[in-house]
Design a protein around this ligand. Structure first.
Ligand code: FES
Length: 194
C-alpha cells in the first residue's frame, strides 16, 4: 500500500526536538520486550505509531531520528517503513484525518456524493486541511469494508453505509464535540446482507 495519494513522502521538520513522553517510554519498554534481544528493530512499526500519536498525528524528521536512536537502526530504514504505509502521516494533518474510500465498490455506491458533501462541509479540497485545523481530507484506496460502502475512516474509526445526510451529521457532531455512532449508519450488523 502506498502513502496517501497527494501526501508527500518527503518528511518535514517540526522545528522542535522530539523526546518520548513518560507514558511513551513505558509503552516502548513493553513493546520492545515482545521481541528477541537481537531483533528490537522489529518494533519500528509500533514505535512509529506511538510517535505519531504523541506528535499531533504526524511523523516529523525529528520523530524518525528519535525512533532510529531508540532502536539503534539507520534513519533511512525507519524512513522507508514510515513512507510505505498509509497509516503514517508524513506531513502535519488536522485534528481529524478524513479518509474517503474511492475504490470501485464504494464508488459504485455513491462515494462521489460523499466526497462532495465532505468537501463542502469541511471547506477543504482533497489533500487540504481546514483553516481551523479541524479536518484534513484525503482520498484512499479500499479500506476493507467494501460490503458496507460507501465508507470513510476518521482517525481510527470507520463510518459505513453513508449517504449525504449521515455524512453531514457525523461532521456536525465532530464540529460540536458530540459523540458519533461508529460503523454502519444504517443499522447493519457487521457485514451481513443489507
Ligand atoms: S471499496 Fe471501499 S472499503 Fe473497499
Amino acid at each position: 500500500m502506498s502513502n496517501h495519494p497527494g501526501l508527500s513522502n518527503t518528511f518535514s521538520s517540526s522545528g522542535e526536538k522530539f523526546e518520548w513522553s513518560k507514558e511513551s517510554l513505558k509503552s516502548i519498554k513493553m513493546i520492545i520486550s515482545r521481541y528477541p534481544k537481537d531483533r528490537h528493530q522489529s518494533a519500528v512499526m509500533p514505535l512509529l505509531y506511538l510517535a505519531q500519536e504523541q506528535n499531533n498525528n504526524w511523523i516529523s524528521i525529528e520523530c524518525i531520528e528519535k525512533i532510529a536512536e531508540t532502536l539503534n537502526m539507520p534513519k533511512i530504514r525507519v524512513t522507508e517503513v514510515a513512507s510505505f504505509y498509509s497509516m503514517y502521516n508524513t506531513r502535519p494533518v488536522g485534528k481529524n484525518l478524513v479518509q474517503i474510500c474511492r475504490t470501485s465498490p464504494c464508488w459504485l455506491r455513491g462515494s462521489n456524493k460523499i466526497t462532495n458533501t465532505i468537501c463542502k462541509e469541511t471547506k477543504c479540497d482533497i489533500n487540504e486541511t481546514s483553516e481551523d485545523n479541524l479536518f484534513t481530507v484525503v482520498e484512499v484506496e479500499c479500506l476493507g469494508a467494501c460490503s458496507n460502502g460507501p465508507m470513510i475512516q476518521i482517525n481510527n474509526d470507520f463510518y459505513e453505509d453513508l449517504d449525504e445526510e449521515s455524512t453531514k451529521t457525523i461532521l456536525d457532531n465532530i464540529k460540536n464535540n458530540r459523540p458519533n455512532k461508529i460503523g454502519s449508519q444504517k443499522g447493519r450488523r457487521s457485514s451481513e446482507n443489507a
